[in-house]
Write a protein that binds this ligand. Structure first.
Ligand SMILES: CC(C)(COP(=O)([O-])OP(=O)([O-])OC[C@H]1O[C@@H](n2cnc3c(N)ncnc32)[C@H](O)[C@@H]1OP(=O)([O-])[O-])[C@@H](O)C(=O)NCCC(=O)NCCSC(=O)C[C@@](C)(O)CC(=O)[O-]
Ligand SMILES: NC(=O)C1=CN([C@@H]2O[C@H](COP(=O)(O)OP(=O)(O)OC[C@H]3O[C@@H](n4cnc5c(N)ncnc54)[C@H](OP(=O)(O)O)[C@@H]3O)[C@@H](O)[C@H]2O)C=CC1
Length: 414
């Protein structure tokens, strides 16, 4: 057992009961508070597996809070190194100004790379960013006994009065969320209903899953049709999917910057021609031949680092990776560069956003908590994510154009 953690007599007795199987790891909270339960679980694991869990035992967040809504069977916390890139100038509709980007990563060279991208974006006057679509989705699935039944249901769903009933049902489950859209997809005798919501400052998956359940109940009451599964995978949550790349999910965001030839040479150590060539042959041809859904260099790297720092659901990096990076020549021989992210799923309230360290990172970006107008903080965060991805893409494409990729990682990553 860890040398740093001493157990009281009562805790030792409880540990014996855990070892004998009388009390499960989960049930220990019936006897102790969250911190002491975590300590006892560590003691149990240390004795069972003959390991030391000293480092895991250190954390500063409120275990009562995270133990209630963020994690079960808590044993402590892991630590991730946190770096900062910037400042980056962003001209968004919601994020406007200069930002330092908190990036949690263990990949040496990543923060340096994003920092270099921020530097050239800022020297170029900043990134222009706009949100084109804002709708989180959940898609329950319904099954029928015949094609005629399927068609009858489909026709009922398409009625304007059905839309009104669904909206009334959904909006009654939430103070902030707003039902926006229903799109039915048929396959044989099955109908997937892709339901769309504005979730304001929440990423929204808990919110809209609750609303969707109320909708399926209303549908059962009105039509007798039972839902097979509240998520039928056409949402699509946390899996790579073309539907998210095409229709969008969460926020669809584009960030753009114009780079001059001289700044590319000075800051990125290469030429516009070489960057264009890499972007075309790597991000377009290579991604196309590989059957990728994302046509980019490493959007997931930046999305992951920002998401971990800012308390976002890390599984949504899958959707964040659906990014298209474009580079085209400008009239003066420089490059117009953009990233299009169809599915940025972020929130500034709910989920992991109130964990103390993550909350500090959101505060650093000026987007913690609810916006003055509900939804504007989450929209600002989505614009920051897109600008950060643009910074990362510029630097990595340039490093590959200059032949510096291996060198950079040899210097900073090993
Ligand atoms: C590493 C650099 C930036 C060097 O780039 P450089 O131009 O040789 O370095 P420099 O020393 O001249 O510095 C230029 C700027 O880079 C930044 N910079 C430079 N060093 C630091 C540092 N220590 N800490 C913070 N910032 C740093 C900083 O902004 C600096 O400006 P300054 O501050 O001097 O005015 C460049 O070679 C680079 O970006 N390489 C690419 C690395 C990268 O993007 N890695 C990401 C992971 S790659 C991966 O996981 C995915 C992959 C590759 O498999 C995907 C694929 O298939 O393509
Ligand atoms: N349930 C599921 O299937 C899934 C859950 N998740 C998890 O869901 C969590 C995120 O869900 P999410 O719904 O975002 O968060 P939470 O359920 O943690 O909290 C969101 C709630 O905050 C309230 N709220 C207060 N102020 C605002 C505001 N300004 N804007 C919007 N809402 C506000 C809303 O309550 P009210 O509704 O009363 O208005 C909203 O429903 C994450 O932990 C994630 O990992 C992820 C994927 C799937």
């Amino acid at each position: 057992m860890s040398t740093t953690e001493k157990l009281t007599k009562e805790e030792q007795e409880l540990l014996c009961k855990m070892v004998s199987g009388e009390i499960s790891l989960r049930k220990i909270e019936e006897f102790l508070g969250k911190d002491d339960s975590a300590k006892l679980r560590r003691a149990f694991l240390e004795s069972e597996k003959n390991v030391s869990l000293d480092h895991i035992s250190t954390y500063t967040f409120d275990s009562g809070q995270v133990g209630k809504k963020n994690v079960e069977n808590m044993i402590g916390a892991i630590q991730l190194p946190l770096g900062v890139a910037g400042e980056i100038i962003i001209h968004g509709e919601y994020a406007a100004g200069k930002y330092y980007l908190p990036l949690a990563t263990t990949e040496g060279a990543l923060v340096a790379s994003v920092n270099r991208g921020c530097s050239i974006i800022t020297k170029s006057g900043g990134a222009t960013v706009r949100v084109f679509k804002n709708m989180m989705t959940r898609a329950p699935v319904f099954k029928f006994n015949s094609l005629l039944e399927t068609k009858k249901f489909y026709d009922w769903v398409m009625l304007p009065e059905t839309f009104d009933k669904i909206k009334k049902t959904a909006d009654a489950t939430t103070r902030f969320g707003e039902f926006l859209d229903i799109s039915p997809f048929v396959s044989g005798n099955n109908v997937h209903l892709r339901l769309g919501f504005d979730t304001k400052d929440a990423m929204g998956m808990n919110m809209i899953t609750i609303a969707s359940e109320a909708i399926t109940q209303m549908i059962a009451d009105e039509t007798g049709v039972e839902c097979v599964s509240l998520s039928g995978n056409m949402c699509t949550d946390k899996k790579p999917s073309a539907i998210n790349a095409i229709l969008g999910r969460g926020k669809t965001v584009v960030a753009e910057v114009c780079l001059s030839k001289s700044l590319i040479q000075e800051t990125l150590k290469c030429t516009p021609e070489a960057m264009f060539d890499v972007n075309y042959r790597k991000n377009f041809l290579g991604s196309m031949r590989a059957g990728s859904l994302g046509f980019n260099a490493h959007a997931a790297n930046i999305v992951a680092a920002l998401f971990l720092a800012c308390g976002q659901d890390p599984a949504h990096v899958v959707e964040g990776s659906l990014c298209v990076t474009e580079m085209d020549f400008s009239d003066d021989g420089g490059l117009i560069c953009s990233v299009t992210l169809p599915a940025v799923e972020v929130g500034t309230v709910g989920g992991g956003t109130s964990v103390a360290t993550q909350q500090e990172c959101l505060k650093l970006l000026g987007v913690a908590g609810a916006g003055n107008i509900p939804g504007e903080n989450a929209l600002a965060l989505s614009e920051i994510v897109a600008a950060a991805v643009l910074a990362g893409e510029l630097s990595l494409v340039a490093a590959q154009a200059a032949g510096h990729l291996a060198r950079a990682h040899a210097r900073l990553g090993r």
